[in-house]
Write a protein that binds this ligand. Structure first.
Ligand SMILES: *Cc1c(COP(=O)(O)O)cnc(C)c1O
Length: 323
């Protein structure tokens, strides 16, 4: 039987996480509601250590490994937040961590991963190339290879975020989830089915990187161009496990432009004193994009990460200067 993730797995993950991460806040901002025309609740995953929700998955994975597996060490491949999440979790549990990043990876991200104590290997023209190198490292050094998308423990761990959302607000009309590989949206669907069956779970991806969206619409994993500036949403293909879970779990899936995401980043900065990276603002962008769908509704938007790039931060400063 192929691996899957259940509501019970997600509850267990929350118990494992309790000793490591406090719940994150979820706030509303009346000035933001005024602009958007809906009652918006911002779930603040940008305040996690490493600045993104993925750390929930990394810690759950490490907590579930036996001592022998931790002693073997781990290896993964990533360009961004997944790498930091796994490096952070390995440090918490005293496990050795190697991250393969594409050769042209953002030097600031490589530095952040090294600062967490992981070994960074720069190799491959893209993520597929880094994946191939990670397989070699796993084989040669006996490390556990951790795929960023098709690993059930990662999905169970990020699901703890939706226990927090739906236990606080079982009355939500909708929750909007930014999607890259789809682990977060897959988990949202599982938890909503149990705790808030009346809530619509809506995915959102950038139109410049629509692989997860198109895979969901077509019912099969497809590859697509991958050009968004929002790194958390940047995937060039669909992933089987999250796609299978999203098939039953999502009510709808939208695409937004990178320009709309930038507008949402500015609104979060100006009206919610929140520094979001592009992916972290995508859920709000989807609400802005469809005023008719969300008008007057109570909607949770997942601010999935705060690791804004230097360009994203500079763009906020320009807006402030113009007024
Ligand atoms: C990874 C990531 C996403 C997308 O999550 P998936 O589980 O891959 O769909 C969204 N936002 C941020 C900040 C991320 O790091």
């Amino acid at each position: 039987m192929s691996p899957t993730v259940t509501f019970a797995d997600i509850r267990l993950a929350r118990d494992l996480l309790a000793a490591h991460l406090p719940p994150t806040p979820m706030w509303s901002y009346p000035a933001l509601d005024g602009v958007v025309g809906a009652h918006v609740l911002v779930k603040h995953e940008n305040v996690q250590p490493v600045g993104a929700f993925k750390v929930r998955g990394g810690i759950t994975l490490l907590a579930g490994l036996g001592a022998a597996e931790r002693a073997r060490g781990l290896v993964t491949y990533s360009t961004g937040n997944h790498a930091q999440s796994l490096a952070y979790a390995c440090r918490e549990f005293g496990a050795s961590c190697t991250v393969v990043m594409p050769a042209a990876a953002n030097p600031a991200k490589a530095r952040a991963v090294r600062a967490l104590g992981a070994t960074v290997v720069l190799d491959g023209a893209d993520l597929a190339g880094a994946h191939a190198r990670a397989e070699e490292v796993a084989e040669r050094e006996g490390r556990l290879l951790v795929g960023p998308a098709d690993t059930p423990a990662l999905i169970a761990g990020v699901g703890s975020l939706y226990l927090e959302v739906f236990e606080a607000r079982p009355d939500l009309d909708a929750v909007v989830v930014p999607v890259g590989s789809g682990t977060g949206a897959a988990a949202a669907g599982i938890v909503a089915a149990e705790l808030a069956p009346g809530c619509r779970v809506v995915g959102v991806q950038s139109a410049a990187s629509p692989a997860a969206h198109d895979s969901w619409r077509e019912g099969t994993c497809v590859t697509r161009p991958d050009r968004t500036a929002a790194e958390g949403l940047a995937t060039g293909r669909g992933f089987a496990l999250p796609q299978a879970l999203m098939r039953t779990g999502l009510a709808d899936f939208h695409l937004v432009s990178d320009e709309r995401i930038a507008q949402a980043r500015r609104l979060l900065a100006g009206h919610a004193h929140t520094l979001a990276e592009g992916a972290g603002a995508a859920a709000l962008a989807a609400v802005l994009d469809r005023p008719d769908e969300f008008a007057g509704r109570t909607v949770a938007v997942i601010c999935s990460g705060g690791n804004a790039s230097p360009a994203e931060i500079a763009d906020l400063a320009e807006v402030a200067a113009v007024g």
